[in-house]
Design a protein around this ligand. Structure first.
Ligand SMILES: Cc1ncc(COP(=O)(O)O)c(C=O)c1O
Length: 442
């Protein structure tokens, strides 16, 4: 049983060796600014190779919604590994894949016939949705949002507009994608205020359709119900329903990327349920299989009308991932984790709001369920982004035993496992407050 947090202030000799080896042999990616080398984990606690124990407020990037190494998932994966690990689910039939698809069809919003495509990641689930939209409508164009993050493959990257850095030197991307402003009320692109704005950012899409991108050329609109990598940005409740209406009225598809918001994270099984939004296509990954790599694209059956050979892959529907995912969904339902995310999320938000009142640099706190973003600013009036301070806070927190994952350039995400025990949550929030104070003092 792990207990913690427990962090030695001394050097971390084993971790440092692995960090050095990593830097020598692994390509540059997106590593955090502190040397976490995890060796085991249980629930919300993570032990590193030097025996230090940390509280995880990142759920290893919104994956461990049911906690790390949940015993039900470990049992299911072990049992399946003894029987059969892989048998190419997109080329041969297998019972677990069919069972999981049936489950996803039943738990995703919308009481219509649906079909599922299995892949291995969020980007692949988006790639499938993008291709499906083109195939079904025979139109080229897509609408997506400034701040969007949908993954790093060429199609998914073309839909993304989170950081210019993600695209630098990778052009030309997939053409005919237009990016429009998201409902980022703390920094409104139109300098308007909610609710008097009447969610103009959604209505603005009508202007784009009228003046520059005719709906006859648009296959679909891709949206995150809460923007993830841009900084956990929660739009007003009217935003998604307005988008759905625009899609219906103009005859193109609504594609919802629930890769980061899915599986109880926001207080519902899927975030678009908060506004009763019914998408034509939903993209899933991250917490789908409790840590095993898996993506899934769930589409209305009438939309999923491409022909044999249009799209496939080798590992989609992998049996270990299917076994993990089925166990994972049962745990979310049995432990009522979406409901738990609501109450624990409200408590967390109230503690963070108190921090905002006391702190000079906490500019905004926002969230739904346990998908909470904290945005740091140098000055609450000018809202100048506190980029260096944000990084320093994550490093300070790590030194004290808390894993925080930065998001955007000046935000952190508070996304612990949905079943984190209250004392660990409180301890983590105490560490965060401490880290903020230390950085504020300079
Ligand atoms: C909303 C969203 N979509 C897609 C992706 C891409 O997922 P992956 O990194 O598994 O390709 C991410 C990853 O952070 C995401 O947050």
């Amino acid at each position: 049983m792990l207990k913690g947090p427990k962090v030695s202030s001394k050097q971390k000799p084993q971790a440092q060796k692995i960090v050095d080896l990593h830097n020598q042999v692994i390509m540059t990616t997106t590593m955090v600014p502190y040397p976490l080398v995890a060796s085991e984990a249980q629930g919300a606690l993570v032990k590193d190779v030097d025996g230090n124990v940390y509280i995880d407020f990142s759920s290893a990037v919104a994956v461990a919604n049911i906690g790390h190494n949940h015993p039900e998932v470990v049992k299911a994966v072990k049992a399946q590994a003894e029987k059969l690990i892989h048998f190419a689910g997109n080329d041969y039939y297998n019972p677990l894949q069919a069972q999981l698809a049936q489950e996803l069809v039943s738990i995703t919003p919308g009481k219509f016939d649906k079909k599922v495509f299995f892949s291995n990641s969020g980007a692949e689930s988006v790639e499938c949705a993008f291709k499906l939209a083109r195939w079904h409508t025979k139109k080229p164009g897509m609408i997506s949002f400034l701040g969007a993050f949908h993954g790093r493959t060429f199609g998914a990257l073309s839909l993304s507009a989170c950081k210019g850095l993600h695209k630098k030197f990778f052009f030309p991307l997939v053409p005919s994608v237009v990016h429009v402003p998201y409902a980022y009320c703390y920094r409104c692109n139109f300098n308007l205020e909610y609710p008097t704005c009447d969610v103009w950012c959604a209505s603005y899409i009508d202007e784009v359709l009228l003046h520059s991108h005719p709906p006859e050329d648009i296959a679909g609109l891709m949206v995150e119900p809460i923007q993830g990598e841009a900084g956990y940005i929660v739009p007003p409740k009217e935003f998604l329903p307005k988008l759905e209406k625009i899609c219906v009225e103009n005859g193109f598809l609504l594609l919802v990327d629930e890769v980061q918001t899915g599986f109880g994270r926001t207080g519902k099984m899927f975030a678009c349920e908060h506004s009763n939004t019914q998408a034509d296509v939903i993209c899933l990954s991250k917490a789908l299989a409790a840590g095993l790599p898996m993506g899934a694209t769930v589409a209305k059956s009438e939309v999923a009308d491409w022909e044999e050979g249009s799209h496939s892959n080798t590992f989609g529907g992998n049996l270990l991932a299917c076994a993990a995912s089925l166990a994972n969904i049962q745990v979310i339902k049995k432990e009522k984790l979406a409901e738990k995310a609501v109450s624990v999320g409200e408590y967390t938000l109230s503690r963070l709001d108190e921090m905002k009142e006391k702190s000079e640099i906490v500019g905004d706190v926002r969230g739904k369920g346990l998908m909470i973003g904290v945005e740091f600013v140098k000055d609450k009036q000018t809202k100048e982004k506190a980029v260096k301070e944000t990084e320093k806070i994550t490093i300070e927190a790590f030194k004290k035993g808390l894993i925080l994952l930065p998001v955007g350039v000046n935000c952190i995400r508070i996304a612990p496992p949905l079943n984190i025990p209250l004392e660990q949550l409180d301890k983590g929030l105490d560490i965060l407050l401490d880290a903020i104070k230390t950085v504020e003092k300079g």
